[in-house]
Structures are given as structure tokens and as C-alpha cells.
Write a protein that binds this ligand. Structure first.
Ligand code: DGL
Length: 269
């Protein structure tokens, strides 16, 4: 199985694209809904929670885990890759979502002015800014943290009027920083669940990157370059869902979003 981890429902936006690109692969999704949102938590706590989740996915038999969460990718990925994996099992892999997203910017932007919205944790970590500077030294990154967007999704309010208020306000605050922003990164996997609202307030000339598709393409490429990992992936088109919150609540919201029945299991991390 390929493990897919997020603090809550956001990783489903990545899982959907992964399944589209790798329809035969088996997936194990883990949402730490009981402890979401991660975006306002300290570095240490996000690292601790993410490591617990990765260990659990390894214990369940995953050799490859995708952190389908920008906050965990920003705050925990490097420590897990460099400090923990060598002790736990050097043959296993944990991959994040930030690097592939930044790699896609070159083809997307003409002005080099990039807009980034994300959780307070992702924005404060400067992870995107640093990666963008490394890969595209001439680009400028304009950022804005949106602390209310994840709670709107986690509480099932993504389609409500309250969401309009916050999305309009936050998109306005981002775009007011430069008239030349032509590419928008939704730097949180929950945000595509607010896409109908976001599209209302983002001008037509600004391209909104599809992070799920970018991550899925990058995983396909990774598996092509790493046949030893590809060989470990079981292929029965099965998906299991684990959540740290009530299973019935997760199943209802996840089924609505994915448009197919989800039968989640509750676990304790
Ligand atoms: N979906 C996550 C992300 O991509 C985290 C959201 C949160 O728990 O705050 O950043």
C-alpha cells in the first residue's frame, strides 16, 4: 500500500489524483482529524504527530508514505527523512508535497510573481520561499496565511456563506501585494475543497495550480525512477481509510467529497 497522510480531510484532494494516475495501486489514507488543524501548532508538535502517523502507516505495511499535507511537509519531512528513517528502516521512503509543487512553477508563471496561501505554520516556515529562491532565483513570492480556511473544511462549512467572507478577505490581502501575480499556489491540501469559493475571488488571469495532480505526476515519475519501490506496491485497486476522529463522521464527509462510499476505521495514534 501507498500511505497517504494528512491532518484531516485535505489529503483526500491528493489521494483523488493519486488514484486517478495509479488506479491499480492500493492506498492507505490516514487523517489525524482529532488533532487537526496542524497549521496553528508548534514545530515540535507537528513533527511529533506526523512521526506517529508515519510509524503507524509503516506498521500497517506501507513502504512509501506521502505527506499529503503542506504543514507536515514544511515542518516534519526533513527531520523524519534525515533523523528518523535511518533508524526506523532505511529502505522506506517518506515524500512531501512542497518540492514537486515548486518544480511546476517554471512552466506555469510568466511574470515570476507567485502568490502563496497556506496555513500559518507553512507560511511562517518559509519553506516555499526557500525552495522557490533555490530553483527560480528571479522569482518573487508573495504570501498570506489563512488560519480560518482549514477549520471551515474540517467543520463541513466549505460551502457556507462564512467561507465566502474569509476567502474574499484573504485572497484580497494576497493579491493586493502585487498586480503581477499570475500563479497561485494553494499551499494547503484542504484548500481545493474551497475551490468554488476561491475561483469566485481570483481573477481569470491568475492560474491556480492543481497540487494533487502535480504530486501525482511526480509520484509516477518517482516510481519510474525507483523500480525497487515500485515493486513493493501492491496492486488491487483497494483503499482503506483510517481516522483518529469518529469513523462515521469521517465516512460521511469523505464520501461526499470523493463521490463514492467511504467506510473509515477509527484508530488511536
Ligand atoms: N492540509 C494541511 C496542509 O496541507 C494541514 C491543515 C491543517 O491541519 O492546518 O497544510
Amino acid at each position: 500500500m501507498i500511505g497517504v497522510f494528512d491532518s484531516g480531510y485535505g489529503g483526500l484532494t491528493i489521494l483523488r489524483e493519486l488514484r486517478h494516475k495509479l488506479p491499480e495501486a492500493d492506498f492507505l489514507y490516514l487523517g489525524d482529524n482529532a488533532r487537526a488543524p496542524y497549521g496553528t501548532r508548534s514545530f515540535d508538535l507537528v513533527y511529533k504527530f506526523t512521526l506517529q502517523a508515519v510509524r503507524r502507516l509503516f506498521d500497517e505495511g506501507c513502504h512509501l508514505v506521502i505527506l499529503a499535507c503542506n504543514t507536515a511537509s514544511a515542518k516534519a519531512l526533513r527531520s523524519i527523512q534525515q533523523r528518523d528513517l535511518p533508524h526506523i528502516d532505511p529502505s522506506r521512503r517518506v515524500l512531501g508535497v512542497i518540492r514537486p509543487t515548486v518544480e511546476a512553477l517554471g512552466a506555469a508563471s510568466s511574470t515570476g510573481h507567485i502568490g502563496l496561501v497556506g496555513t500559518p505554520g507553512t507560511i511562517a516556515s518559509q519553506s516555499y520561499n526557500l525552495e522557490i529562491e533555490k530553483l527560480y532565483p528571479g522569482f518573487r513570492t508573495f504570501t498570506h496565511a489563512c488560519p480560518m480556511w482549514v477549520p471551515l473544511v474540517e467543520y463541513g462549512e466549505a460551502a457556507g456563506d462564512g467561507a465566502d467572507y474569509f476567502v474574499r478577505k484573504d485572497i484580497g490581502a494576497l493579491l493586493s501585494q502585487s498586480a503581477d501575480i499570475d500563479t497561485l499556489i494553494l499551499g494547503c491540501t484542504h484548500y481545493p475543497l474551497l475551490l468554488p469559493k476561491i475561483e469566485k475571488y481570483v481573477p481569470a488571469g491568475v492560474k491556480i495550480l492543481n497540487q494533487g495532480r502535480i504530486v501525482a505526476d511526480s509520484l509516477v515519475d518517482y516510481l519510474r525512477r525507483h523500480p525497487e519501490m515500485d515493486a513493493k506496491i501492491t496492486r488491487g485497486s483497494a483503499v482503506r481509510y483510517l481516522t483518529t476522529e469518529r469513523a462515521d463522521k469521517f465516512s460521511t464527509l469523505a464520501s461526499l467529497f470523493l463521490g463514492q462510499p467511504v467506510d473509515a476505521e477509527q484508530i488511536v495514534l
